[in-house]
Design a protein around this ligand. Structure first.
Ligand code: 5GP
Ligand code: ZN
Length: 106
């Protein structure tokens, strides 16, 4: 999607380093970390939020991506967060899963 910051990141427009990636998603560091390690798992397809996602299999693979990205980052203990909608604090309307570990300040 043209005006979506995460679509631009996925497209490589900002040269963002991916700490992990696969067919379904890219994983990169949050620009404003709320923990010692704060990663974002972002599906390659543009879906506004969990409310717009119908693909159960993709959701399952995204959670497996969380696990693999955490393993690659050396994390054995971490919190996952999905903000859905403005009132929940969602700021970027392209579905993403936060991975937070160590001194979590949410
Ligand atoms: P939300 O509040 O939508 O669940 O989370 C959006 C997250 O994306 C925030 O934690 C914010 O810091 C992060 N973020 C917003 N813009 C950028 C960006 O351009 N690059 C990166 N790496 N993270 C971003
Ligand atoms: Zn997008």
């Amino acid at each position: 999607m043209q005006d979506c910051i995460f679509c631009k990141i996925i497209n490589g427009d900002f040269g963002t380093e991916f700490v992990y990636e696969n067919e379904d998603a890219v994983v990169f560091k949050d620009i404003n970390p709320k923990a010692n390690t704060h990663l974002l798992v972002v599906p390659r397809i543009h879906v506004e939020s969990l409310n717009e996602l119908d693909d159960e299999a993709l959701l399952g693979r995204l959670m497996m991506t969380v696990k693999k990205a955490a393993q690659k980052a050396g994390l054995s203990s971490y919190r996952t967060v999905i903000n859905t909608g403005k009132d929940a604090g969602q700021e970027v309307f392209h579905l993403h899963i936060h991975i937070l570990s160590g001194d979590i300040r949410l």
